[in-house]
Design a protein. Structure first.
Length: 113
């Protein structure tokens, strides 16, 4: 059974940084496309960034230059380094494979002064 466990969310001031982690079990992250998603209150879940098996990355325009997705194959973990955080980055952040599996519990990121 594939499981995803997100962690690293917190309350941070605008301009701050966080690193989110996504630990996977039951499937090897380096073989699949892995994505980070977020869902803000009252909004649909959206993809934020992804990384493919070759290490190629994608970012939604709103986070380009601020967020970095990476992968530690030995730990079977995907990370999302978030810098220059803005209030509009406030959301629950999730990770998932492509093709998708059951969602994890997510991790809350709140950017507020």
């Amino acid at each position: 059974q594939v499981q995803l466990v997100e962690s690293g969310g917190a309350v941070v001031q605008p301009g701050g940084s966080l690193r989110l982690s996504c630990a996977a079990s039951g499937r090897i992250v380096s073989v699949y496309v892995m994505g980070w998603y977020r869902q803000a209150p009252g909004k649909q879940r959206e993809v934020v960034a992804s990384i493919n098996a070759a290490g190629g990355t994608y970012y939604v325009d709103s986070v380009k230059g601020r967020f970095t997705i990476s992968r530690d194959n030995a730990k079977n973990t995907v990370y999302l380094q978030m810098n220059s955080l803005r209030p509009e980055d406030t959301a629950v952040y999730y990770c998932n494979f492509s093709p998708m599996v059951s969602w994890g519990q997510g991790t809350q990121v709140t950017v507020s002064s």
